[in-house]
Design a protein around this ligand. Structure first.
Ligand code: NAI
Length: 339
């Protein structure tokens, strides 16, 4: 079967790691026509806006995109393109499966947690104002609709993937109304899935327990800000941002992207770890209905990373060397025609 996928190379290390992901995916033999569109810094230079309409048009047409990271100016400038994409396309669920890879130096072993982050509201609703000189407010928006939707997503995912437990992470002792509503929705949905265990943990205590005993956790259900922070913590447990994939999913569209950002400190130097982008590509292949190709990419990464590391993992391999080794392994694993 052939597929059309929108491709956004992104900023910083984006072009390097997305190029690697595309080439690895192509090595699986799956028939994909890529529709590359300009967004982020490239679009800003060419047409004066970072998220021009053709980007959204293309994703709406193809329904699936592979995306590199995009820079967001700090405390000034244009709003986040990433947040805008998620809102415009109704990508309400951010899925970040975080799994230890064999041989990778990391603080914990055999970690297998899946972060399910609400992607559209909380403090990321972008509602900020100055109350008076020296006093500003950021509004945390939590709605029953979005909280119910993300809770259902987490439990559906747990059921489909045979996961044993969902942990809702919150700070409802302080934010009684907003996090309280989030928990109410999670509890209500949990009752519909008796085969999946449900528990609740305060976000601060959950962070400590994740570091000390990550094996206690399975699927994590979080509102937007906690999800953003806790997913980087989970990435740290398995070796860092260079190895954790992600997906932004809605009812109609799916945008696959690594957890990491543009890594300006190493951009353009052939140093970036392409594994996170490549594994995001594997998630995309599964979503496209190509589970065998997806597995082959994951298996190839798990094989190569036992003996080859980029600088972030303490090794000396370049982005291109890592990419080529994974491509060679995907080709070696590629089953004869007619599989
Ligand atoms: P970052 O993830 O870009 O970098 C944090 C640290 O991790 C840096 O030392 C970087 O070199 C390292 N790192 C990240 N990915 C790596 C990889 N694949 N291989 C090796 N090392 C890697 O986070 P930071 O510095 O907070 O953000 C930089 C920019 O990225 C900001 O403009 C931010 O807004 C943007 N960003 C975009 C995201 C997206 O498009 N989804 C997500 C996160 C940040």
């Amino acid at each position: 079967m052939s597929h059309r996928v929108t491709l956004l190379y992104g900023d910083g290390i984006g072009p390097e790691v997305i190029d690697a992901a595309v080439r690895v995916i192509e090595a699986t033999g799956v028939d994909i026509t890529w529709e590359a569109v300009d967004a982020g810094q490239v679009a800003l230079q060419k047409v004066g806006v970072p998220l021009p309409p053709p980007v959204l048009d293309s994703i709406r047409r193809n329904r699936v995109a592979l995306k590199g990271p995009m820079m967001t100016p700090i405390a000034e400038g244009f709003p986040s393109i990433n947040v805008a994409l998620r809102k415009e396309l109704g990508l309400y669920a951010n899925l970040r499966p975080t799994k230890s890879l064999p041989g990778v130096p990391a603080p914990a072993r055999d970690v297998d947690v899946v972060v399910v982050r609400e992607n559209t509201e909380s403090l990321y609703a972008g509602i900020e104002h100055t109350v008076s000189r020296g006093v500003v407010e950021s509004v945390k928006v939590i709605t029953e609709e979005a909280s119910t939707r993300i809770a259902r997503f987490a439990f559906e995912y747990a059921r489909r993937e045979g996961r044993r437990k969902v942990t809702a992470i919150h700070k409802a002792n302080i934010m009684k109304l907003s996090d309280g509503l989030f928990l109410d929705c999670a509890r209500r949905i949990a009752r519909e899935y008796p085969e999946v265990a449900y528990e609740e943990k305060l976000v601060d205590s959950a962070c400590m327990q994740l570091v000390l005993s990550p094996h206690l956790f399975d699927v994590l259900l979080l509102e937007n800000l906690y999800g953003d922070i806790v997913s980087d913590l989970c990435a740290g447990l398995v070796g860092g941002l260079g190895v954790v994939p992600g997906a932004n999913l809605g009812d109609e569209y799916a945008v696959f992207e690594a957890v990491h950002g543009t890594a300006p400190d190493i951009a353009g130097r052939n140093l970036a770890n392409p594994v996170a982008a490549i594994l995001s590509g594997a998630l995309m292949l599964a979503h496209l209905g190509e589970p065998a190709a997806s597995r082959r990419v994951v298996d190839a990464v798990r094989h190569v990373i036992q003996s080859m590391w980029t600088k972030d993992l303490g090794g000396t391999a370049t982005t291109a060397e890592m990419r080529d080794a994974i491509i060679a392994q995907v080709s070696a694993l590629r089953a004869p025609k007619g599989e």
